[in-house]
Every structure is written in structure tokens, then in C-alpha cells.
Design a protein around this ligand. Structure first.
Ligand code: ZN
Ligand code: ZN
Length: 768
């Protein structure tokens, strides 16, 4: 009989259903994939790599008696569907539904064991009702506030972007260079959680690389705030991590956006230069501003260095960003690379105050040219200088900024707030506040979303005073729905609460979370922030949402490039499944490299996986019952490898066994044990071949795999005190060393050892 993957896979995909019960008597295992944005292009073979791994873990845990929650849904708000609507006039709702159907069909063909009864979609009003609810709770707790900000602005998408959405100065979505624009925004106070987001990272079993990215993004640094008096009576506050270098601060730089700048223009002797410089930097992205350091002095203005009373010039410069510190820095060119370049370029004073090496010398050392602090070590001088001057105080600074949370677009969750002239901002009582139908999806480009042009939706009666009021027309960013979706899977149909608290206590936290590393400082940080807020208001019972995180490596195209539709180098899983089968695809994707490594796709490799399954299909069953050591070694190896995320070596050990059996044949009983090992990897063929309905995880026989070990007895003065499992052939000295470390032996040993009797691989007798 031929291995006909098509009929087998169809049969088992129809037969096997996976429904998670709220059965609290069993241990639970919550295994989650990062849910996808259902794009029109569909999946390529790189996408399922993570899904297959989570499916293996889910099936394996079920076999071990766990109540496994393994759900899937759609993160479906976002720009592609909206941009498509602008081009075609087709409502994003329709496009989204089509794309979801396509994605789901693709996932089902791979044989992923999701509980589809829990499917969610972030664009479903019954879902975003709760996204809006969380926003309102944040608003009530003072964590959402309005602000007119110079925000990152994509001139092509005509919308504001979060810092996290700007990649190398460009829009993460469309690649256009990002500029600055003053827009009224809703902002979430993620900075209030900075310390907790930092500290609780330590409890997480996440890749160190991701944790480090979050630490750097939060960017906590210890230092000092220093107030510089200006000759016009005003003051400028700066933050420095190096108060020990204050004697070397030879000029002050303000960012072009610093609030002080506009007020001093008329007093400057070079007003025209400054005005044109401000114009010039306004339209540059942060990255462009970093590339070439330029600046202009504020002539006529100077500051007093508080430690030595010296007058120092004040400049504005592009590389000082309003978003860091207080938007102003003290420049210490002798001990800072950027300040050094700037001072050299504009011929400004450079005074060395820490001895140690060539300029700019940026490490710590011994102070010079620093008055009474000369000769002190940097670390000591930092404290002493902070203590000595009233205008200098200890301070902590963060790189993390509050999260610009509103978008001037249509296809997002409406922000459920109402602006009343009399009452101010009030909250919408009836959730969900649904997206109204619009005729045009184009953003207005004025900083207002397309919702602003729907007059009968925007203009309403104030629910409080009955006067005229307006709805908020900004929508939420695409990241909103994914901040809490893992909670909704626990209780997807609950109309009365975001999640039932008893269910939440049972299923939370997510035990294993699998997805791409590109979400390190976006989704993975935002979700932790929302979770901590939900913890504070008693909605969730754990401090962190995701206990263990794994990032799959990228699967590259045949040519080693990233797969993309525009390059025309994508490989579709549909074609591969049609030709070789889902089981072959699954085995190949797990076999091709360690899970976290990037690797190129190869059809030949897939053919190899297919051949392995054909060998399984054709195993010769024999009657003779022999104990099969290799089988039990394989059981042990596969068990350990699944737990350790080493799917490639698990498969290779199964291949070794099958190659052996291809020569010798095996018994029905042994074959059944093997098929259960194979089941999480290649479920369809395994279920077809397994005899009986029991698919519990096989146990290996300890005695069978212990061929290289012996149990050695330890005696003290001829009395048995302990036994130990050891590699065969150890010398007397080695065994004596091990024996004397055993707790059960130690307590019988007092005084000198007089003699040791040793019988190789059998016993050691210590005489005292
Ligand atoms: Zn853009
Ligand atoms: Zn009112």
C-alpha cells in the first residue's frame, strides 16, 4: 500500500478535534502563538515554523495528561486593509473576513491542533468592547492623557507613529522618512510602570537578547539633575550621568524644540541665523539629526556653570533631542564623544577634568582641573559634588517615553470618549462604541481621522448636560488589541467581564509563548504594561502575562534572502502540502535547523522528510519479541528534546531508529510506542498507523537504557550505607571521591580512613 498523504491527512483533520475544557482537576498548560495579522498575501512556509513547534508542545502535553489551552485568533486592525480600502473602496471589514478565511484554511491544512471554538478577532465589536473598556479604566486611573506633541509623523500614511514604529528614521509600515508634527494626541503613561517593567524581567524565562532589548529601551540611568542659571534670569535643567565631569562643562546645548528657545529669540544678536536653523531641523527625522551634528549659538545668552561660576555659551544643536532627558545637555567635550566632535567642529573650549587617557576619555578616573575635588576618584566625586551644591541633586533618568496611543486613521478601535464644552472629557457609557460606516477612507492629513467627517456620528448630545458635544475621532493604534488577547482566549464569549476570574486564575499565565523576535520592544512591552495595569485593578492574578518565551528563527528563501511577495521568492505551504503532505512539511521545518536559527528553505530537505515518513509507513512488522534498547533510548531522547526545544535532534534520533528497523523489522508493540513519539511531529500518519485509541506519551524503561552504568554499593565498616548509579569502569580513587561526598555516607565517617576495599563496578567499603 502506498503512503497516500492526501487521504490520510484529510481523514484525520476531519476526525481530530481539540476542545479545551474548564476542567480544573487537571494541571493546565497554556501554549500560545503570537496571533497573526491576516494579510492578503497569505502564509509562506516561514510562518508555520513557530506554529508547528507550539503544536508539538501542545500535543505532547496533552499526551502527558495536561489540560492544554492552545487557541488561535486574528490581530486584524491595521494599515494594509485600510490602504487597500483607500485604493479599491472595499470596506476593510470585507477584506479582513476574506483574509481570515484564507489564513484559517491554510493553518487547518497544516494540521494544527487549535481549539477553534475560542477563535477571536480584534476587529469584532464584541472583542474591542473590552479593548475600549481597558482604555477607559486607564483613563479613569489617570494613565491616559491628552497632549499636543511634536510626534513622529509619516507623511505617506498621514498618521502619527509611536517611537517603536519608527525604524532607522523610517515608517515601520511603508518605509517613508518620518518627520515631526504637532498633533493633539492621546498618550498612555507607560513610564509610570518603567521600574516594574524592568525589575520583573528577572522573573521571566525569556531569551536574554529580548530582555536586554527591553532593558535598553527602558534605559534607566542614575545620575544628577543640574540647574544652570542664565544671564536673562531663567534656568535650564539638565540630566547627567557624570556629575564628576561638571568642571569640564564648557557649553550648554538646548534641543531646537526646547521651550526656552522661542522666548529668547528677540534678545539674540543672531536671531535670523537661529530662526532659519530651527526651520531647517524641523523637517528632519531623529536619525537624520544624529547623522550630521550641526548647531548654532544663541549669541547674547550665556549660562553660569554652578561648580566654578564660569560663564559658558549656550547653543542649540540638532543631535540634542527633546525626547531625551530635559531636552538640554551640559557639554563636556573632553569626556564625551559627541560633545568632542561638536566642540572640535565649532572651536569651543575643551577642558580635561578626568585623567586617564587620550581625549575624549569617556571612562572614569581621577579628577583634575576640578578645584577642591582634584585627586578624587570619579565615583567618590559624583557623590561629593551632588552633596556640595544645592542646584545639583541625585536623579534617575529613563529613555522610555509615554506611548503615543492615538492614530488619525479609520481602521482601528474608536476611542470611547466625548468632548463637551461644559463638562470637559467624559467617557462613553455604552460599549462597544462601534466604528461607523464611512464613504471615504482617506486620512484628512490635517491630523484628523476620516471619522471627523461623519457629522452625525461626531456631533452628539452630551450624556451629562445635554448640551452639544463631540466624539473623539482618533482611533487606537494597531497594538491595542494584542495587548490583552491572551486573556480573552480563556473566556472568549463572556459578555459581562473581560475574563471570568476563576478561569483566569486557572489558565494564567501563558506557560509558553512563541513568536518573532521583532516584537521585542513593541507588543511584548506594551502587553506587559497593560497586564500590570490589569493586575493593579484586580482583573488578573499574575504580575506577568508570559512565563516562557521562544523566538523562532526566520526561514529564508532558496536564495538566502528574506521571503517577500515583492521579491517573488516566497514558497507557499499549500503547494508543499499538496505535493509532499503536511506531515512532511512539519517534520522538515522542525528538522532543518535548531529552532531559533535562521535557515534557507530547500525542497530537497522536504523530500528527505517525506522519505523518512515513507520508511515509517513501510516498516516490516515481525512476531519475535525482543527488548529494544535503541527504542527506549529514543523515547528518552525525544522526551528530553521536546522539553528542551531541540526538535531537530529529536527527529534525527527517530530517523536513526527507523533506519535500524528498516533492516530488522520490529514488533507491533514497539512500533506503536514509536508512533506515539512521532505523533506530535507528524500527527496524521501516526494516528493512521497507531493501533488502538490510547495515545498517551510512552515511558522508557530505565533498566534497558542503563547499559553503560552500574549500581555500586557503598559500605562503611562493612555496613551498607548507600548506593549510587555510576558509569562503568571508574577507578578506586574516583569512586572513593564520589562516595565521600554522599550525605548518607558522610554522617558515618568520623576520624581518619584506615583502609578502603574496592571491588570494580560492585562495591566500595570504607574502614575507619
Ligand atoms: Zn508610513
Ligand atoms: Zn456636557
Amino acid at each position: 500500500m502506498n503512503y497516500d498523504h492526501k487521504s490520510i491527512e484529510k481523514k484525520w483533520q476531519e476526525k481530530e478535534h481539540f476542545k479545551t475544557e474548564d476542567d480544573y482537576s487537571k494541571p493546565k498548560f497554556y501554549c500560545l502563538d503570537m496571533f497573526p495579522y491576516p494579510s492578503g498575501v497569505g502564509l509562506h512556509v516561514g510562518h508555520p515554523r513557530g506554529y508547528i513547534a507550539s503544536d508539538i508542545l501542545s500535543r505532547y502535553k496533552r499526551m502527558r495528561g495536561f489540560n492544554v489551552l492552545h487557541p488561535m485568533g486574528w490581530d486584524a486592525f491595521g494599515l494594509p486593509a485600510e490602504n487597500y480600502a483607500i485604493k479599491t473602496g472595499i470596506h476593510p471589514k470585507i477584506t479582513t473576513a476574506d483574509n481570515v478565511a484564507k489564513f484559517k484554511a491554510q493553518l487547518e491544512k497544516i494540521g494544527l491542533s487549535y481549539d477553534w471554538s475560542r477563535e477571536i478577532n480584534t476587529t469584532d465589536p464584541n472583542y474591542y468592547k473590552w479593548t475600549q473598556w481597558i482604555f477607559l479604566k486607564m483613563f479613569e486611573h489617570g494613565l491616559a492623557y491628552e497632549s499636543v506633541l511634536p510626534i513622529n509623523w509619516c507623511p505617506s500614511c498621514k498618521t502619527g507613529l509611536a517611537n517603536e514604529e519608527v525604524v532607522s528614521g523610517n515608517c515601520e509600515r511603508c518605509g517613508t522618512a518620518v518627520t515631526k508634527k504637532d498633533v493633539r494626541q492621546w498618550v498612555l503613561k507607560i513610564t509610570k510602570y518603567a521600574d516594574r517593567l524592568l525589575e520583573d524581567l528577572e522573573e521571566l524565562d525569556w531569551p536574554e537578547k529580548i530582555k536586554e532589548m527591553q532593558r535598553n529601551w527602558i534605559g534607566k540611568s542614575h545620575g544628577a539633575d543640574v540647574l544652570f542659571k542664565l544671564n536673562n534670569g531663567k534656568e535650564v535643567k539638565v540630566f547627567t550621568t557624570r556629575p564628576d565631569t561638571l568642571f569640564g562643562a564648557t557649553f550648554l546645548i538646548l534641543s531646537p524644540e526646547h521651550s526656552l528657545v522661542s522666548g529668547v529669540l528677540d534678545d539674540l544678536t543672531n536671531k535670523q541665523d537661529v530662526v532659519s536653523y530651527l526651520e531647517e531641523t524641523k523637517n528632519k527625522s531623529d536619525i537624520e539629526r544624529m547623522e550630521e551634528k550641526t548647531g548654532v549659538p544663541l549669541s547674547g545668552l550665556f549660562a553660569i556653570n554652578p561648580v566654578n561660576g564660569k560663564q559658558i555659551p549656550v547653543w542649540i544643536a540638532n543631535y540634542v533631542l527633546s525626547s531625551y532627558g530635559y531636552g538640554a545637555i551640559m557639554s563636556v567635550p573632553a569626556h564625551d564623544q559627541r560633545d568632542y566632535e561638536f566642540a572640535t567642529k565649532y572651536n569651543l573650549d575643551i577642558i580635561e577634568v578626568v585623567s586617564g587617557g587620550e581625549l575624549p576619555y569617556t571612562s572614569e578616573g581621577e579628577l583634575i582641573n576640578s578645584g577642591s575635588f582634584n585627586g578624587m576618584k570619579s565615583s567618590e566625586a559624583k557623590d561629593k559634588i551632588i552633596q556640595e551644591f544645592d542646584v545639583i541633586s541625585e536623579s534617575i533618568n529613563y529613555k522610555l517615553r509615554d506611548w503615543v496611543f492615538s492614530r488619525q486613521r479609520y481602521w482601528g478601535e474608536p476611542i470611547p470618549l466625548i468632548h463637551c464644552e461644559k463638562c470637559g472629557i467624559i467617557t462613553e457609557e455604552n460599549l462597544p462604541l462601534e466604528l461607523p460606516e464611512v464613504e471615504k477612507y482617506e486620512p484628512t492629513g490635517t491630523g484628523e481621522s476620516p471619522l471627523a467627517s461623519i457629522e452625525d456620528w461626531v456631533n452628539i448630545k452630551c450624556p451629562k448636560c445635554g448640551g452639544s458635544a463631540k466624539r473623539e475621532t482618533n482611533t487606537m493604534p494597531q497594538w491595542a488589541g494584542s495587548c490583552w488577547y491572551y486573556l480573552r482566549f480563556i473566556d472568549p464569549d463572556n459578555d459581562n467581564a473581560l475574563v471570568d476570574s476563576e478561569k483566569e486564575k486557572y489558565f494564567q499565565p501563558v506557560d509558553l509563548y512563541i513568536g518573532g523576535a521583532e516584537h521585542a520592544v513593541l507588543h511584548l512591552l506594551y502587553a506587559r504594561f497593560w497586564h500590570k495595569f490589569l493586575y493593579d485593578i484586580g482583573v488578573v492574578s499574575t504580575k506577568e502575562p508570559f512565563l516562557k518565551l521562544k523566538n523562532q528563527g526566520t526561514i529564508l528563501a532558496y536564495d538566502g534572502q528574506k521571503m517577500s511577495k515583492s521579491k517573488g521568492n516566497t514558497v507557499s505551504p499549500d503547494d508543499m502540502i499538496e505535493k509532499y503532505g503536511a506531515d512532511s512539511l512539519r517534520v522538515y521545518e522542525m528538522f532543518l535547523a535548531p529552532f531559533e536559527d535562521a535557515v534557507s528553505w530547500s525542497d530537497n530537505g522536504l523530500v528527505g522528510a517525506r522519505r523518512f515518513l515513507e520508511k515509517v509507513w513501510n516498516i516490516n512488522l515481525i512476531e519475535t519479541n525482543v527488548e529494544d534498547k535503541l527504542l527506549h533510548q529514543t523515547i528518552k531522547k525525544v522526551t528530553e528534546d521536546i522539553e528542551g526545544f531541540k526538535f531537530n535532534t529529536a527527529i534525527s534520533s527517530m530517523m536513526i531508529l527507523i533506519n535500524e528497523w528498516t533492516k530488522t523489522g520490529t514488533t507491533r508493540e514497539n512500533f506503536n510506542l514509536f508512533l506515539k513519539l512521532l505523533y506530535p511531529f507528524a500527527p496524521h500518519i501516526s494516528r493512521e498507523l497507531i493501533e488502538g485509541d490510547d495515545i498517551s506519551w510512552p515511558q522508557f524503561s530505565e533498566s534497558l537504557i542503563e547499559e553503560d552504568t552500574v549500581t555500586l554499593a557503598i559500605q562503611v565498616n562493612g555496613k551498607f550505607r548507600d548506593s549510587v548509579l555510576l558509569t562503568k569502569g571508574l577507578s578506586q580513587e574516583e569512586v572513593e571521591g564520589i562516595a565521600l561526598e554522599r550525605e548518607k555516607v558522610k554522617k558515618w565517617i568520623s576520624g581518619d580512613i584506615k583502609k578502603v576495599i574496592f571491588v570494580q563496578d560492585k562495591l566500595i567499603n570504607i574502614l575507619i
